[in-house]
Design a protein around this ligand. Structure first.
Ligand code: FAD
Length: 384
């Protein structure tokens, strides 16, 4: 059998792409190297904007926490924000990803698990996709196989780890009171260009640190500090994971192939949020392939180029502002952090970005507008 599209990787990007294509009647194959539900280390924070992008409600038993409060710690300063609305839910990624795959299968996608893609070759207009057990054929490929994307490697759309943050993270049982179960804790100053976190997930917490350093020992010490704050003992041997959140730079498509989600480097450079952009890019990748089929166009790269334009409009343009904020925040710590934290309102408006009600561009503009007042205040404080 020849498929119209083979989606490689069944995380949020892949299951969304597969669901989109199958719903429109394309013969859709979804492959993953793991058996589902599979474990996935992640903070599990799904923002309101991500939920809106998903476009259907999640069953109540998949939602582990409703987050309304943000508590940020920098040095000995703490900024607490109680938001009026839930701006994020938390999930266990194995349950969440499994549910998204179920939705893709319900829409008509064929899901083959335990199938690790090891080879891709294009003969004429058809790809052969090799796994240790099988060889599949498809007219197009959506590579949604994560940060170490085999699709990117096998099709020459190389991804480098240069722009990746390194994270250490784990989920651990914890007893939380009501307030704690609605509050995320963020710790700056622990690692270069990054942060530590505690995210509540019902009867557990996700604990982690991530930043732009390859220094595993430094991250380990930072994680230990967060563990002490959380009052837990760390188990040994905590694995490191990469997040491609350095700002996307590389090419994400070629003849018959599109990359989506982490495979394309689509993670917010400031927060490390990736689920939202995996879902949006998965949907846009599916839409681009579907448009080719619908309009009788070949799957040559000229006809797939619209994908990048759509991603630019949807989020990549704003990633530039996020990257700018991230660089300013972490390289001019006292000035930027002073500006952000001296006024809880400045900081709380960041939550509007997580809700999809604002953008980094608007946020930076409003910060710049407040800069003169902040400078005058600082000068007055210094002088007297
Ligand atoms: C420690 C940590 C914490 C994070 N916390 C958050 C958070 O709180 N909120 C948030 O929004 N984002 C968070 N992220 C980022 C988020 O996890 C990713 O951006 C998101 O999972 C990307 O989705 P994806 O579908 O592109 O890739 P993935 O979710 O990585 O899925 C890729 C899939 O491809 C499969 N695969 C890989 N290789 C092959 C192959 N050769 N053949 C077949 N299948 C293959 C894998 O098994 C996997 O199922 C975090 C990341 C890390 C590392």
């Amino acid at each position: 059998m020849q498929y119209d599209v083979a989606v490689i990787g069944a995380g949020p990007a892949g299951s969304t792409a597969a669901r989109y294509c199958a719903m429109r009647g394309l013969k859709t194959l979804l492959l993953d190297r793991r058996r589902f539900p599979r474990p996935k280390t992640c903070g599990g924070g799904v923002t309101t904007a991500a939920l809106n992008a998903i476009g259907f409600p999640l069953p109540a038993d998949i939602v582990r926490g409703h987050i309304k409060n943000l508590c940020s710690h920098i040095g000995n300063k703490t900024v607490r924000i109680s938001h009026t609305r839930v701006f994020m839910i938390t999930v266990d990624r194995s349950e969440f990803d499994n549910y998204l795959v179920k939705k893709a299968v319900d829409a008509g996608a064929q899901f083959h698990q335990d199938e690790c893609v090891t080879g891709l070759a294009r003969e004429g207009n058809v790809f052969s996709i090799r796994t240790p057990n099988n060889c599949y054929r498809a007219a197009s490929i959506i590579g949604a196989d994560g940060v170490h994307s085999a699709t990117a490697r096998l099709t020459g759309l190389k991804n480098s780890r240069k722009n990746c943050a390194l994270c250490l993270s784990l989920d651990i049982p914890a007893g939380l009171d009501n307030r704690q179960s609605e509050t995320i804790q963020v710790y700056y100053d622990l690692v270069p260009r990054g942060y530590g976190w505690i995210f509540p997930k019902g009867d557990r917490i996700s604990l982690g640190v991530g930043g732009f350093t390859g220094n595993y020992a430094l991250l380990g010490n930072a994680l230990q500090k967060v563990a002490v704050i959380a009052g837990i003992n760390l188990p040994g041997n905590i694995k490191g994971y990469y997040i491609p959140c350095g700002g996307q730079t590389k090419k994400c498509f070629s003849d018959g192939v599109i990359l989506a989600g982490d495979a394309a480097g689509f993670v917010d450079p400031f927060t490390g949020e990736g689920i939202r952009f995996a879902v949006i890019s998965g949907m846009l990748a599916g839409e681009t392939v579907w448009n080719c089929f619908r309009n009788g166009l070949s799957l040559k790269k000229e006809n797939l180029a619209g994908y990048m334009k759509k991603c630019h409009r949807a989020f990549l343009r704003d990633f530039r502002c996020s990257l700018l904020l991230s660089r300013a925040f972490f390289s001019l710590p006292s000035a930027m952090q002073g500006l952000l934290f001296h006024n809880a309102d400045n900081y709380s408006r960041l939550l509007h970005i997580l809700e999809g009600r604002s953008t980094y561009r608007k946020y930076l503009k409003s910060l710049l507008a407040r800069l003169p007042k902040y400078c005058v205040k600082k000068t007055c404080q210094t002088q007297g």
